[in-house]
Design a protein around this ligand. Structure first.
Ligand code: DON
Length: 571
């Protein structure tokens, strides 16, 4: 059933070398000292796709133990917090979109919040200039973490006891696992930052450079996970863990307090749901910008014959670029946390608005971001995604983040986990771009307790009321356009999941006014777009998309992106 990837990423470390120190989650399924990356899985029972083989396989083991897709998503997230510290986290936040077997759609918001002592101008100097380094690195960059509250909010839909779901993560943190070549080079690249932004040397710093096959042990993290296992949400937001976070803040001049932690709550949101040519698309609402931008973009192409244009022809790329430009112009002006700012969601996502927004679209020439501003509305690089499906009909899409790779680079001393640098997702000053080049204003200004705007767009597409696609990706502002392109690839260009994930991607976000393309984006299309007046910028990988596609006979194809260690597990 499984199609093994042709390359083996990791060195197999022999049993003797492991000194009998093996933490096997489930016999034969997960060996943290010897594993390979698998890009595709097929089957009929269930699937987990995530950024790391150990996390996908831990999730799959939970499905095999009788857990449902929510159980598997909880275990996969917790495992990622151990084996993929660049983005997997308990010190960050995320969104969960689920379609449950009983027909209910669920969207959980466990995005970080600005601490109570945050102020609108906290990243400005005396002359009003933005000091963006402060919102990106170190103690002041961190919002109040939401992930652990999110896991417990999800647990009310799970089947197995939480202590079972968290145990694989505890074992991997306590006994260690071998790291991949990618992880080794990422850790080496961040070495100086880990030294600079920590008050206690974290497990990520060692005397000699990391290499593939080295074992990473995280004892402090294991103890934090045990406190969560034993005390639930309070094991993180109160007691010893909260005390360690506050002590870390005091040593590093951060502002998160015990009250900020104790009062954090995940939120059940109303899902953003829209119809696209008979498919029901369920996605994350604000504070995910995806909940507004994805319906906007899909509606702007819906009445165009994009299928006849073909995949990555000049015509289809130009249309999608112009659609992206318009949606992102609106993002900058209108989008923010609805608990703090009135966002005209209904209008922005309406069919009529999409039509009106495309009135000035010219298929023969490049648009301009000076000419295309936000619409007039009359009403007042690190994140990670996982997709899970089970044969009972539950589907779960989770995107979770520390924001940048290893977040703020600050590890909570004695607690062993990284804090996010999500405060940079606020607009620190109108017009000043954040680390993804996104600009904003009042709608996304810093206010104590407010959630910063996100691009994370975990999405489920239903066909005849049943899960058809489970999709999502990291990638900062490119997230929403990657999800958009993946949906268009499958729903319009009839691609299979492999191609929809792995074919080159492109991105336009209004400002800067350029089309970013991956290196393997077709040269001829690039040149023709340039002739039309587009500025093209070639950049590194766009996203790491994880897709599960359920076929009419009930079987599925699960695909992990070629762009990383992403791994599809299924049976
Ligand atoms: O929530 C957001 O939109 C960002 N913090 C996501 C960051 C991200 O995807 C980085 N990954 N490559």
């Amino acid at each position: 059933m499984r199609k093994k990837n042709t390359y083996i990423l990791l060195v197999a470390v022999c049993l003797y070398a492991c000194g009998g120190n093996r933490a096997i989650i489930s016999p034969k399924q997960v060996n943290p000292y010897q594993y390979t990356v698998q890009k595709k899985a097929t089957g009929t029972h269930g699937a987990v796709v995530s950024a790391h083989p150990l996390a996908s396989e831990a999730g799959l083991a939970i499905l095999k133990l009788g857990g449902n897709a929510i159980d598997a998503a909880i275990t996969t997230q917790l495992t990622l917090a151990v084996v993929y510290p660049a983005a997997g986290n308990i010190g960050g936040g995320g969104f969960l979109v689920a379609h449950l077997a009983d027909g209910k759609d669920v969207t959980l918001d466990y995005r970080e919040k600005a601490p109570g002592a945050a102020t609108r101008d906290m990243y400005l100097d005396a002359n009003g200039n933005a000091i963006t380094a402060l919102s990106v690195n170190g103690h002041l960059a961190s919002g109040v973490p939401g992930t652990v509250a999110g896991l417990f909010a999800a647990a009310k839909y799970s089947k197995l006891p939480f202590r079972k779901l968290i145990q694989p993560a505890i074992d991997l943190a306590e006994k260690g696992f071998v790291i991949t070549a990618d992880e080794a080079s990422d850790l080496n690249r961040s070495r100086e930052a880990f030294i600079k932004y920590n008050t206690v040397t974290p497990a990520f710093v060692k005397a000699s450079p990391w290499k593939a096959g080295d074992t990473l042990v995280q004892k402090d993290l294991a103890n934090t996970l045990k406190r969560i296992r034993d005390n639930g949400q309070a094991g993180f937001y109160e007691g010893e863990t909260a005390r360690l976070i506050v002590a870390e803040m005091q040593r590093g001049k951060g502002i998160i307090t015990y009250d900020d932690l104790k009062s954090y709550a995940a939120r059940d949101r109303q899902p953003s749901i829209f119809d696209y040519k008979g498919y029901k698309v369920v996605t994350m609402p604000l504070p995910s910008s995806g909940g507004v931008l994805l319906p906007q973009m899909m509606k702007m192409i819906e009445d165009k014959p994009i299928k006849s244009y073909g995949f990555q022809t000049v015509q289809s790329v130009q249309l999608m670029t112009e659609v992206e430009r318009r949606a992102y112009a609106d993002r900058a002006k209108f989008l923010g946390d609805v608990d703090f700012y009135k966002v005209p969601i209904k209008t922005l996502t309406s069919d009529a608005y999409a039509k009106q927004r495309m009135k000035d679209y010219d298929p023969n020439k490049a648009g301009s971001s000076t000419a295309v501003q936000a619409g007039i509305v009359p009403e007042s690089e690190e994140t990670t995604h996982l997709s899970v499906y089970d044969s009972q009909g539950n589907a779960v899409a989770v995107t979770t983040t520390l924001n940048g790779g290893y977040g703020s680079k600050t590890v909570v001393g004695g607690a062993g986990f990284l804090l996010n640098n999500e405060m940079d997702d606020f607009s620190v000053k109108p017009g000043v771009p954040n680390m993804y080049g996104a600009v904003g204003g009042d709608a996304n200004a810093i206010v104590p307790g407010k959630r910063m705007l996100s691009s994370m767009t975990p999405t489920i597409v239903l066909k005849n009321g049943k899960p058809y696609l489970v999709v999502g990706t990291p990638g900062g502002t490119t997230i929403t356009t990657s999800v958009f392109q993946t949906l268009v690839n499958i729903l319009e260009f009839d691609m299979n999941a492999d191609d929809a994930v792995n074919k080159p991607k492109f991105h336009h976000q209004w400002l800067p006014d350029e089309v970013m393309v991956e290196r393997d984006f077709p040269q001829a299309v690039r040149e023709k777009l340039q002739q039309m007046g587009y500025k093209i910028t070639v950049r590194g990988a766009i996203g790491r998309t994880e897709v599960i596609r359920v076929l009419p006979d009930g079987s599925f194809e699960a695909v992990g992106d070629k762009r990383g260690d992403d791994h599809a597990a299924g049976y």
